[in-house]
Write a protein that binds this ligand. Sequence first.
Ligand SMILES: CC(=O)N[C@H]1[C@@H](OP(=O)(O)OP(=O)(O)OC[C@H]2O[C@@H](n3ccc(=O)[nH]c3=O)[C@H](O)[C@@H]2O)O[C@H](CO)[C@@H](O)[C@@H]1O
Length: 403
Amino acid sequence: MTGGANRHYVLAAGGTGGHLIPAFALATELERRGHHVALITDRRGADIPGKPSFLPAHVLPAGRFGKNPLRWPGGLRAVLEGRKMALRLFESFEPSAVVGFGGYPALPALLAATSAGIPSVVHEQNAVLGRVNRLLAGRVQAIATAYPEIARLKGRHADKVHLVGNPVRAEVLTLRDEDFPPLAEDGLFKVLVTGGSQGARVLSEIVPDGLAMLPPALRQRLQVTQQCRPEDIEAVRDRYRSHDIPAELGTYFEDMAARLADAHLFIGRAGASTIAELTAVGRPAILIPLPIATDDHQAANTREVTKAGGARMIRQEKFAPKELAKQIQVLAQNPQALANAAHAAWNCGRPDAAKDLADLVESFGGAEMMDVIRVGAGTARGTAQGAPAGQGAARDSQGKTAA
Ligand SMILES: CC(=O)N[C@H]1[C@@H](OP(=O)(O)OP(=O)(O)OC[C@H]2O[C@@H](n3ccc(=O)[nH]c3=O)[C@H](O)[C@@H]2O)O[C@H](CO)[C@@H](O)[C@@H]1O
């Protein structure tokens, strides 16, 4: 830990689980270290389940992105209004640093921070640098990443990169020390299916029929937990009933840690937090990346874990019941194969992500920053004081130079 406790930090994130879950994990770590943390988000993020009770949320006016938010008139207006609100918050809260997790609210918050000379960090959850983070890469002091290789990160920003991983919820992280649940030849085979924080219709359409195509010895042992979109849930229930496969369905499981603890196999989308959780706990997976994800980032997210043997990836255009049944059998042909895949997934985990990100954030300057904010918004400062030691080299969480 660098610097003293009792500092103030602002985190800014779009209102989906993908941006907020890592932000909550960092907020929890900073609070544990004795700091005060505030969140800037959008309307969805203020009431999302899992928000720590100590974390006040400041909601920015609604904004949307065109391809370039600064060139889109409505977007620009919202960004400028959001920046003004963020500056007002900074004047009263006096943050030592501002951390952006992507999504619309991160842009005005970080524009405000950089123009006021407050040290700023962006965290990229995906294996491709997102649009907001790309816009901000030149202005921030550090880019924290979840993967060693980040597509669309320009070489000139490489000296700002710190590989930390994706922070996951504490209750998920504690499962890392537990063994993979035993899978007896004749015991239950528990499958967990989710489509990210919003759910995914294609999983409702394909998974029940795919599971029904498994060889009888595997199929008879199935016990499924599946997240569905609200409009699909009854059709999925009927499908499982007609296949005589026991299934618990829900639109959003708030107890994901318990569900992951039980699961022998995960089937679902390849969002960043989903993969971070699977690799934190060590659960084998079949991943179907969202085909319309910007820059195909969900497919990029799967690369590390599939290469390691911890998951299989199926492109959505090939995702059909027969293909799913085939891939499940490759992974689950015997209990040992599944346990090996679980171990390979576990090896890809970065359990220190929240701590490493908190170390990075804490390494930025303290009280002297406040003088700059008080002087007024728009006071650009060339170099942030208190920039992290060794910022001249891309480092991973152990301080090694990244390739
Ligand atoms: C549709 C979309 O654009 N998704 C993006 C969004 O993530 P999105 O929020 O869709 O997906 P993520 O996998 O990153 O996060 C989902 C989170 O929701 C949790 N969960 C899910 C279902 C459930 O019933 N209960 C529950 O708690 C998961 O455990 C996980 O923690 O931001 C991510 C990070 O930038 C991107 O990688 C995703 O591509």
